[in-house]
Write a protein that binds this ligand. Structure first.
Ligand SMILES: *Cc1c(COP(=O)(O)O)cnc(C)c1O
Length: 395
C-alpha cells in the first residue's frame, strides 16, 4: 500500500515533512486553493466565511445551535487573548490550570489584560486533576472562570478536560478551553463536556495554513461579552456582531488563508470528520511510539496521557547523542522534528498531525535508526534521571 491509498500526499521533492504541531504539512490541494484573489466584501468571500463557520460549529455535535463561531485574524495566541479579554469581565478572576508553556502564556496574557488570576502550576507535565481544582474553587469564591489547556503542546499531554469541566460547573464557575492543538481531532462535543468557549486556529488539526484563529462560544456568553474587551481588534463580541450583520470580517481578512482552510475543512469531512482525523493521528502516534521505543527511546509520558497530537521523547544518555546533530541528520532525510521544552532533562518532540500517515511514520523510524547509527549511538535509552522523573507521574 502506498501512502496515496490513504489520500495522503507526499510533500514535493526536497520539501521536508513537518513533524511539528503547526504550521504543519498541508496537502497540495490546500496550497493550490490559494492561487486566486478574493474581495473581502464580495459575496463569494462572504459565502466562504459563512461555510467555514458552519462547518466548524458542526464539530460540536448535538447542542451546537447554542454556540457560534467567530474567526479572528492573527495566530492562535491572538484568539486566546481575544477569548480571555472578551469573556472574563473586568472584575472577574481566573484560575489558570498550567502544565507547560501554553498555560504559562495564558497567565501572562491575563496579566497584560489586567484580569485577576491565580495559577495551579503543575510543572512541566503533571495533569491538573479534578479534586485539586475543586479544592481551589471551594477555597476562593472570587474565582469566576477556569481556563484549561486541552492538549498542552509543550509536552503533548492530553489534559482531563471532562473531569475539570465537571468540578468547575459543580462549583458554579465557567470553563474556557484552549483547544488549539486538539480541536478537529479530539472530540470536544458540547453534549459531553460543558464549557462556555474554546479556541483553535487554522494551522493545527484541520490542516490549513497559518493566519487566523477562531473562538467558538455559547451565544449567551457572546451577548454578555459586550463591553468587556479593552482591545478593538481582539473584541470577540464586536467581531461576532459585525459578522452576523454584514457577513464580513471587521478588518482585512486573510482571504487566501480562509480559502485554504475551507479546502482543508472539506478534506476533514471526507476523512470522516473529527473521528476519522483522530483515528489517523492515533495510528500515527502508535506506530511512531512503538518504533522509536524499539530503538530504545522512551516517552516522557505514560501511555494514558499521550496525546495523538505530539509526543515528547527523552534524549538518549549516550554521550555521542547531540540533539542539534540528530536534528540536522533527520532534516537531511526529509523530516523536521521539534526541540523539547522540559526544564529538568533533555528532550525532543515529534508531531503526529498534518498530512502524514503510518507509512510516513515508518519512514521516520527508519530515518531515526539510520541517524543513530551515523552518530555512533548504540542505544537510545535515556539517562536514569529521566526515568526517575517520569516515575512521579501517576498512572
Ligand atoms: C499552537 C498553540 C497555541 C497558539 O500558538 P500560536 O503560535 O500563536 O499559533 C496556543 N495554545 C496551544 C495549546 C497551542 O498548541
Amino acid at each position: 500500500m502506498t501512502s496515496r491509498d490513504n489520500a495522503i500526499e507526499s510533500p514535493r521533492l526536497g520539501e521536508p515533512y513537518l513533524l511539528t504541531p503547526g504550521p504543519l504539512t498541508t496537502s497540495y490541494a490546500v496550497k493550490e486553493s490559494m492561487l486566486r484573489d478574493w474581495g473581502s466584501w464580495d459575496d463569494d468571500f462572504r459565502a466562504m466565511t459563512a461555510e467555514m463557520r458552519r462547518r466548524l460549529l458542526a464539530m460540536l455535535g448535538q447542542g451546537a445551535d447554542d454556540f457560534d463561531c467567530v474567526p479572528m485574524q492573527g495566530s492562535g495566541t491572538f484568539s486566546v487573548e481575544a477569548m480571555l479579554g472578551s469573556f472574563v469581565p473586568r472584575d472577574g478572576k481566573v484560575l489558570v490550570l498550567a502544565n507547560g508553556a501554553y498555560g504559562q502564556r495564558t497567565a501572562q496574557t491575563l496579566a497584560y489584560l489586567g484580569r485577576d488570576h491565580v495559577i495551579l502550576d503543575k510543572g512541566d507535565y503533571l495533569p491538573p486533576r479534578g479534586d485539586e481544582v475543586a479544592q481551589i474553587l471551594a477555597d476562593d469564591p472570587a474565582i469566576t472562570h477556569v481556563v484549561a489547556i486541552h492538549c498542552e503542546t509543550s509536552s503533548g499531554i492530553l489534559n482531563p478536560v471532562e473531569e475539570i469541566s465537571q468540578v468547575t460547573y459543580a462549583a458554579g464557575r465557567k470553563l474556557l478551553v484552549d483547544s488549539m492543538s486538539a480541536f478537529g481531532a479530539i472530540p470536544l462535543e458540547v453534549a459531553q463536556v460543558r464549557y462556555e468557549a474554546l479556541v483553535s486556529s487554522a494551522n493545527k488539526c484541520i490542516e490549513g495554513v497559518p493566519g487566523f484563529g477562531f473562538v467558538i462560544a455559547r451565544k449567551s456568553e457572546l451577548e454578555a461579552a459586550k463591553g468587556n474587551s479593552t482591545s478593538i481588534s481582539l473584541d470577540v463580541h464586536a467581531q461576532w456582531a459585525t459578522m452576523n450583520k454584514t457577513g464580513q470580517w471587521r478588518f482585512t481578512p486573510p482571504t487566501h488563508v480562509v480559502a485554504a482552510f475551507l479546502e482543508a475543512l472539506r478534506a476533514h469531512e471526507a476523512e470522516g470528520g473529527v473521528e476519522g482525523r483522530g483515528a489517523r493521528y492515533t495510528r500515527n502516534r502508535d506506530v511512531m511510539v512503538a518504533g522509536l521505543r524499539e530503538l530504545g527511546f522512551e516517552t516522557l509520558l505514560k501511555d494514558r496521557w499521550l496525546s495523538p497530537i505530539i509526543v515528547t521523547f527523552f534524549c538518549p544518555a549516550d554521550p555521542k547523542f547531540v540533539f542539534s546533530e540528530f536534528y540536522d541528520l533527520m532534516k537531511a532525510k526529509g523530516f523536521i522534528i521539534y526541540p523539547g521544552k522540559l526544564t529538568v532533562v533533555e528532550s525532543f518532540r515529534i508531531g503526529c498531525i498534518g498530512q502524514m500517515d503510518e507509512h510516513v511514520m515508518r519512514q521516520v523510524i527508519a530515518a531515526a535508526k539510520d541517524t543513530l547509527a551515523e552518530m555512533g549511538v548504540k542505544t537510545a535509552t535515556p539517562p536514569a534521571r529521566a526515568l526517575e522523573e517520569r516515575a512521579k507521574l501517576a498512572a
